[in-house]
Design a protein around this ligand. Structure first.
Ligand code: S3P
Length: 165
């Protein structure tokens, strides 16, 4: 099976869904943020603060290409879709599954979260403006699932049905 790339905004549930999905499909799961953190021995926030976002995006791009393109579930950082090279890579090497979640719900989920540097400051405003800039990239996926009011188990079942088609 070609690798499954889960994309979506911060807080859309990629990591939780990816773990569950991988368990059900008996596949390994790789999280791009975790992969970068382990390789560089630094947190995503530290990389943003010391090297800057452009540098983080370059690591993200290089590491994405190191992940197997067969029989793997990949949970991506929300900004992976920003680089055309990443969108092309995922499209050409696997199946892109976009986990959509409404911005209002994302705000609720991330209200106490301080791990995402791009949301520092006015969280609501930042979520809305980043979401608006990215929505067309997210929608350009092979499969789109609205996760807003669903449980992780329901979402995983839906993905399984879609990938069988
Ligand atoms: C980012 C999302 C984060 C992480 C970084 C940047 C983004 O990952 O890669 O903070 O640009 O949307 P999650 O989507 O797992 O939160």
């Amino acid at each position: 099976m070609k690798t499954l790339y889960l994309t979506g905004f911060m807080g859309s549930g990629k990591t939780t869904i990816g773990k569950l999905l991988a368990e059900k499909l008996a596949l390994p799961v790789i999280d791009t943020d975790q992969f970068i953190e382990e390789k560089l021995n630094k947190s995503v926030r530290e990389i943003f603060e010391t090297e800057g976002e452009d540098c983080f995006r370059e690591f993200e791009h290089q590491f994405l290409k190191m992940i197997p393109t067969e029989n793997t579930v990949v949970t991506t950082g929300g900004g992976i879709v920003l680089k055309k090279e990443n969108r092309d890579w995922m499209r050409n090497n696997g199946t892109i599954i976009y986990l959509h979640c409404e911005p209002e719900e994302i705000l609720k989920r991330l209200s106490d979260d301080n791990t995402r540097p791009l949301l520092d400051g006015d969280k609501q405003k930042n979520i809305q403006s980043i979401f608006a800039k990215r929505i067309s990239y997210y929608n350009d996926s092979d499969i789109k699932i609205d996760t807003t009011k669903k449980t992780p188990q329901e979402i995983v079942l839906e993905i399984e049905q879609m990938i069988k088609k």
